[in-house]
Design a protein around this ligand. Structure first.
Ligand code: GLU
Length: 483
């Protein structure tokens, strides 16, 4: 690659569903690399696999990149000098290039039926051979091909893989990677519906879009030798390529799986993680700054990022660490910022109420959603299992605790912030007079008021709930205990 060439990196997601958090990490690194070098970050939608398309997924993908502030410089919705940026809108372009490969003999028509391919595969498998196309159509004469085309016999176009060759490429993360060409299949480049496969479209597009750096996940390593050959067939310069390691689940062997928690980028936002906390977490999941610094804004990361410090080992997606980052970022926000962030999670609350909720939850908040869950008792009727009231004490004691609590609340005309100290003293005295344990009393009281054992500071929450609802909830608890 010549020194003067500008940096252009890309993300090329397929709209087959919501994008995985690992894809967002790849995007983050590709973004950083381009921006660090005053280059461009391109977003291209790779939708050639029409069978796996999920309606709306492309738009959702673009939105996720925007929501995480990884704004691309060129893309389907904003255009750019190398558009269109959606592969099915580029079919004419691929036509031209497949013709070139057919003419140079690096690609050939294959008219084999699916039945025949299945048979070949079964025979190879039975003989314990790696299933590969047997090149039945490789040496068809021009006339035979023309006849088949005239007779409208369906066909695909395959690439011709050379025999007995070692294909070598330099991976920016893993170093030199070698493949034996005999292990590669004559890859289909254009399907029978005329649409190219990923392997063909990705090479043509990365070249035409002048991509200088490809950063992608390591599931594509085994495809790369085919791409290397295509670059060679066309006489194009191979971009620099980095394959990133997978993300492992800390609790179960293997890759992150949706069985054990959120895995889609959008899901994390919906779960109440902040984009900047999430990005900071992802920065360190596969890259390290060379020292023990952990906190980076996107701008700082762009400055610091270096491919040399990408990890060669798979990274563990430690959800506890993510929670730690999220809590940290939440506490760095001003109350006004938090009002805006919490609003979508607590739509029932006015800004004024949110301002009052924030001091109650800010210190211990892990996610925005958790804060919403812990404060929903302020807005919703309670619905909980009465057994929660007797986890620590028997039913009679719980009733007594609730009755005494009602008596205390009844001593206040309205509950104001200035009453909190007074309320606390009265609760304390009752607890002492009755020889209750503080923890037992507040467990019963907390469940009665909120329907849950995990809440913001409970006495401090009462002015927000107000007398009427407080009394209503205490009476509801009593009724749950009555035989
Ligand atoms: N379309 C591929 C995907 O969905 C992109 C692979 C690549 O980056 O080359 O992951």
């Amino acid at each position: 690659m010549s020194e003067t060439k500008i940096f252009r990196s890309r993300m090329a997601p397929s709209p087959t569903g919501d994008i995985h958090i690992g894809t967002l990490r790849t995007g983050l690194y590709a973004y950083a690399l381009a921006k660090q070098n005053n280059g461009q970050f391109i977003l291209r939608i790779e939708d050639t696999d029409q069978k796996r398309l999920v309606p709306g997924a492309a738009d959702r993908t673009l939105q996720v990149f925007k929501d995480f502030a990884l704004m691309y410089d060129e893309g389907p919705d904003i255009g750019g000098p190398f558009g269109p940026y959606t592969q099915t809108e580029r079919l004419d372009i691929y036509q031209k290039y497949i013709k070139e490969l057919l003419e140079s003999g690096h690609a050939y028509h294959c008219f084999c039926t699916q039945d025949r391919l299945n048979e070949v595969r079964a025979t190879q498998k039975a003989a314990k051979k790696v299933p590969k196309y047997d090149r039945h159509c490789l040496n068809l004469s021009k006339d035979e091909i023309q006849k088949n085309l005239d007779n409208k016999i369906p066909y695909v176009i395959r690439m011709k893989i050379p025999d007995n060759e070692t294909i070598v490429f330099e991976d920016l993360v893993r170093g030199q990677i070698k493949f034996n060409s005999n292990d590669l299949d004559d890859q289909v480049l254009v399907k029978s519906n005329g649409i190219p496969t990923y392997h063909f479209a990705v090479v043509v597009d990365d070249h035409l879009m002048q991509i200088s750096h490809i950063i992608r996940s390591d599931e594509w390593i085994s495809s790369t030798p085919k791409h290397v050959l295509l670059y060679r067939y066309f006489g194009w310069e191979l971009p620099k390529i980095a394959h990133l390691t997978v993300l492992l689940d800390p609790t179960h062997p293997g890759k992150m799986s949706k069985r054990y928690g959120s895995v889609f980028a959008r899901q994390f936002l919906d779960d109440g993680y902040l984009p900047d906390a999430m990005l900071n977490f992802l920065m360190l999941l596969g890259w390290n700054p060379g020292d023990d610094r952990e906190l980076f804004t996107l701008k700082e990361f762009v400055k610091e990022f270096s491919i040399d410090r990408l990890h060669k080992k798979a990274a563990i997606f430690d959800r506890k660490k993510l929670d730690y980052f999220n809590g940290l970022y939440i506490r760095q926000k001003s109350d006004n910022e938090l009002v805006k962030l919490l609003k979508p999670f607590i739509p029932q609350a006015s800004d004024e109420i949110l301002q009052k909720i924030i001091p109650l939850v800010k210190e211990r908040m892990v996610t925005l959603k958790q804060a919403a869950n812990q404060t929903k008792f302020l807005f919703e009727d309670l619905n909980y299992n009465g057994d929660l009231l007797t986890l620590k004490v028997d039913s009679d004691t719980a009733k007594n605790m609730l009755q005494k609590s009602i008596d205390i609340i009844n001593q206040f005309d309205s509950l104001k912030d200035s009453d909190i100290e007074n309320l606390k003293n009265k609760f304390q005295k009752t607890i002492e007079d009755n020889n209750w344990k503080v923890g037992d009393f507040f467990m019963v009281f907390r469940v009665a008021i909120t329907g849950s054992g995990q809440t913001p500071p409970i006495v401090e929450s009462l002015p927000l709930l107000g007398n009427t609802k407080t009394l209503k909830n205490l009476n509801l608890a009593l009724s749950k205990l009555s035989p």
